[in-house]
Ligand binder design. Structure first.
Ligand SMILES: [Zn+2]
Length: 255
């Protein structure tokens, strides 16, 4: 292992891991086929003057020499474990977030409710993926640049402080696992809206839109229900049938 400065705890001359996952492996583990590989859209690579749009990888989204063992395997793992508890089944009898199911339909979209959700762990869990994408040199995350927010989010993760509900909020949606192409990871998209930079990650059925800005918007009560909040309840949108499939093919057309 190489020695250097850990990007999270900032300890100098510490042994750095040769493999730190930018997207936690459990989030896309079930996507791999029998050859332990999957298809990835690569928006940066050119072969013979043409963009190469798919490639097969045995493993993906990890980088060396960015984090020390303690930060990766203890600190960030605590957040990852919570996301796992939220989205994957467990036989353990622990207090966990609970999908109540569909509560209403709005213009063809279904709204689901998750109860008993831990504001800190859920928020920092997904913000840790955004932060890791920002510090990563992997071409796949090239357009994720948090600038001054990178350090602030790093401190939130390190101190375990999720700040206020209006600081770095994000909306969680999910793809329909029955009637959609949900086992996809799309290139991160970046767009400006309401003076804030938005980053959208679609990872194996989970669709996240992060809102990054120096002063975050005032939330009305309705919107607050859809971002991590202190009420232990979170509304999640379930997209219409084939929404993910349409997104996937629109990406293929662009490249
Ligand atoms: Zn560290």
């Amino acid at each position: 292992m190489k020695k250097g400065t850990c990007k999270l705890c900032l300890t100098e001359n510490v042994e750095l891991l040769t493999k730190s996952h930018i997207i936690p492996q459990f989030l896309f583990k079930d996507m791999k086929d029998i050859n332990n590989s999957f298809v990835l859209i690569d928006t940066n690579k050119f072969v013979k003057g043409r963009r190469q749009h798919v490639k097969f990888q045995r493993d993906a989204f990890h980088q060396s020499d960015i984090l020390c063992e303690k930060c990766d395997n203890v600190l960030l793992k605590k957040y990852e474990d919570y996301l796992k508890l939220t989205f994957h089944d467990t036989k353990k009898s622990v207090s966990r977030p609970c999908f109540v199911g569909k509560i209403k339909d709005i213009n063809g979209l279904s709204v689901l409710l998750i109860e008993n959700i831990d504001y800190k762990l859920y928020k920092l869990g997904f913000l840790s993926i955004l932060w890791r994408a920002s510090i990563s040199d992997l071409p796949f995350f090239n357009n994720v640049e948090l600038g001054p927010h990178e350090e602030l989010i790093s401190q939130m993760l390190f101190k375990g402080n999720p700040l206020d509900e209006s600081d770095y909020p994000f909306i969680t949606s999910i793809l329909n696992t029955k009637n959609d192409l949900h086992q996809i990871i799309l290139p991160v998209t970046k767009f400006k809206m309401e003076k804030m930079t938005h980053y959208r990650f679609v990872i194996n059925g989970i669709d996240l839109i992060f809102m990054i800005g120096s002063k975050n918007i005032e939330f009305n009560q309705k919107l607050l229900d859809f971002v991590p909040n202190c009420k232990s309840k979170l509304k999640v949108i379930m997209h219409k049938d084939n929404y993910g499939k349409d997104m996937f093919f629109s990406f293929l057309k662009r490249i």
